[in-house]
Design a protein around this ligand. Structure first.
Ligand SMILES: Cc1ncc(COP(=O)(O)O)c(C=O)c1O
Length: 498
């Protein structure tokens, strides 16, 4: 693989790549009647697509063919490049290919986590406890609940009324308490709510000390910080399994990715069976392939997804994830500094970066303003795309909101406190990608300042629907005027005389 060039040229490359992003220039008409460029602050849900990914896919599509064959030219090209995509994944997460394999699964990190839970339960049935944390996305919680006798949730550590990364002391106590029953510790690398980063290698060492494995949810980590699964000076720091999603790393529509030590998935019947993972099938028996990753990829894979993802990973690898992480660290610190100065604004989680590092996301609320109304106003009046509610991490969000209200408890009546709790039963999340800029942050800060100074104006313009969403009283957005599959096909056919 070609070596990345010097730091200066990589920085220039990063700047160029991040200006060539599909969707960065999209414009919408707002409730004010103005038409402006959309500011995308929802990268934690899905990143925008790098143009290099789209280019690679456009170039690949004419040759597209099913994999699992080297016979005709197209099949050979697809099979070889799909194979290379696996190598690229291993390289990207620095996992030794002798020891680890990478395979693609459907439905993102969720699909991957379900596969891991089922497999490790079967592999180590005597260990029927999983330790996870309250910080997790439901995808790194419910699969373990479904397949294991017990799941223990470790609380987050507290630092001056803010919730930070996972409480390591409680983790060790729990590992000791359940001793030889713990199958694995399932932990997020970076929180999808606060962006707070967990010390995964320290956690790996703890887990390994008690014979447990470590499974890392890297859905929010992969696009933001460098990952090193193997080859640490202390082998106890190596990671056993890691899962992430292509749509969160600049290649939307791509599959989930599992990288695992091969021995953990070997000598078991793969969870999914069908074509591609068998050596021979007779009417009364079949023999499964022992080859990785084939045995984990029954059926026709998401070939385009894997190729798009590999293109994104290679481009990021050429720039260097260290540089990407450093640029993002500076942006997040800038955002926290600016947001901290907005009146009546609560930022959730520790804001002192020397105590708790963050990447990717910041969640907040304006006091006395429903998160749904803040998010709708940011969209309809300021063209800023954020996400709100609980981000599939209900326990973490609930705990943080409750803690932030504790400070108000002394000066408010029970009724006022209840009203406040109702308003803040979710949050607003601003999240970032390589294309996010200080200008985006400035626009968010200016909008929040405006909203907080004019709360009544915005309240009057919305009704709260039974679903909890806010609808503008007069302004309507009709997406079909911008895009509809049916209309696009109709237009295509009409151009051909139909
Ligand atoms: C930390 C984390 N884990 C898991 C997931 C689930 O990922 P996917 O939607 O790709 O299944 C998400 C999605 O937001 C996430 O943020």
């Amino acid at each position: 693989m070609a070596k990345p060039n010097g730091a200066v040229s990589r920085k220039i490359l990063l700047e160029k790549l991040t200006r060539e992003v599909i969707g960065l220039e999209v414009q919408y008409t707002l409730a004010t009647g103005e038409r402006t460029r959309r500011i995308y602050l929802d990268s934690t849900a899905s990143t925008l697509r790098l143009k290099v990914v789209q280019d690679v896919l456009d170039k690949f599509l004419p040759y597209y063919s099913n994999t699992h064959s080297l016979l005709h030219f197209g099949a050979r090209l697809s099979t070889k490049e799909y194979h290379w995509a696996h190598e690229m994944v291993l390289e990207f997460v620095r996992a030794n290919p002798e020891i680890y394999t990478a395979f693609f699964v459907g439905s993102g990190t969720t699909g991957g986590m379900n596969r891991v839970a089922r497999t490790l339960r079967e592999k180590r049935p005597e260990r029927d406890v999983v330790i996870t944390t309250i910080m997790e996305h439901h995808s790194n919680d419910l699969p373990h609940r479904k397949h294991f006798r017990e799941v223990v949730h470790i609380p987050a550590a507290m630092a001056s009324h803010s919730l930070g990364c996972v409480n390591l002391r409680r983790l060790e106590e729990t590992l000791r308490e359940h001793a030889d029953k713990v199958n694995y510790v399932a932990i997020t690398g970076v929180s999808n709510v606060t962006g707070i980063i967990n010390p995964i290698h320290e956690i790996a060492e703890l887990a390994h000390r008690y014979g447990a494995l470590i499974v890392v949810d890297a859905a929010q980590m992969a696009a933001h910080v460098p990952i090193q699964m193997s080859g640490h000076d202390n082998p106890a720091h190596d990671l056993d399994v890691l899962v992430f999603s292509g749509h969160k790393i600049y290649a939307p529509g791509s599959p989930g990715v599992v990288i695992t030590r091969k021995d953990l998935f070997a000598d078991l019947e793969p969870q999914e069976v069908g074509g591609g993972m068998v050596d021979a099938v007779y009417i009364n028996r079949y023999t499964q392939s022992q080859k990785f990753p084939d045995r984990e990829e029954a059926g026709t894979p998401n070939i385009c997804g894997a190729i798009g993802l590999a293109a994104a990973l290679y481009a990021l690898h050429k720039i260097g994830m260290e540089m990407i992480a450093e640029e993002e660290r500076k942006l997040i610190e800038y955002a926290i500094e600016k947001l901290s100065a907005v009146d009546d604004l609560i930022i959730y989680g520790e804001t002192d970066s020397s105590l708790c590092k963050r990447y990717g996301a910041i969640s907040l609320n304006l006091k006395n303003m429903d998160h749904g109304l803040t998010a709708a106003t940011l969209n309809d009046y300021f063209n800023i795309s954020v996400r709100n509610e609980c981000f599939c991490a209900h326990p973490y969000v609930r705990e943080m909101v409750t803690m932030s209200l504790a400070e108000e408890a002394e000066r408010l009546s029970d009724e006022e406190l209840e009203q406040l709790a109702e308003l803040h039963r979710g949050m607003v999340r601003a999240s970032f990608g390589v294309y996010s800029t200080r200008k985006d942050v400035d626009a968010l800060v200016a909008a929040l300042e405006h909203i907080t100074a004019n709360k009544n104006f915005y309240r009057e313009h919305y009704v709260r629907l039974p679903s909890g969403d806010y609808e503008h009283k007069t302004f309507r957005f009709d997406h079909k005027k911008i895009f509809s599959i049916q209309d696009e096909v109709e237009a295509f056919l009409a151009a051909r005389g139909f």
